[in-house]
Design a protein. Sequence first.
Length: 274
Amino acid sequence: MIETNDPAIWRNFLPWPSAETHKHTRGRLAVVSGKAHQTGAARLAAHAGLRIGAGVVRILCPPDAVAVIAPAVQAIMLTPFSSPEVLGREAAGSDAIVIGPAAGLEDATIANIQALALSGAVLVIDADGLSVFKGRTAELFAVLDRDDILTPHEGEFERLFPGLLAQGRETAAIEAARMAQATIVLKGARTIIASPDGRIRRNENGSAWLATAGTGDVLAGMIGGLAAQRMDSFDSACAAVWIHSDAGERFGPGLTSDDLSDVLPKVLASLWKG
């Protein structure tokens, strides 16, 4: 049965802080950046993760990207890595990790994902982190856990699951979640969120203003930020998708991906008070 994704389902699971909460109990999110000329996507994801409540957010980047990212972030920490092995060590202790936005379609991205899979953190894999496995999906599925989350648009979905969309988006998402044994967020005007345990929700509050570059990176960071706070992966994805759409609709005409995180406090306040 397909449920409509609605705050009434997951509002009570949102990870609000208490008087005893400190930054480390609010979760540790890591975001992996691309090369020096491809850092914007990671910065968007990291800022979104911080805005949605993750207590500590760190960007892990190639050494040549440090000088580019450092002047552009404040509350977000920055750590360079020189190899997949170093990346795995630096990511240790993270509760959730976002990888894929502008990561590059090369074997190094695959090696990085394989190294991060050993961390035990929830992986949110997006964009290049998905497309790089075209024709190599068995390698991706081999490292996924049931709490990991894949966030493809239809093009990326087709590269991972060729021909599956012909069955319809809902059926395709359910089957993909079963095959990957991970949560699938099939993005679109009506985003479909499917869990490997068979749960499926359709998001109905999609906003046309989100049709601009970088909004998917923001969504990946939001999902990672909620998962880092130990919200269930499927509910993290459902909540982030709805909040992301609501933020887009609240901002309206002229929206760019940079604007979304600044709207999140209004959406979160409405859910907290509601």
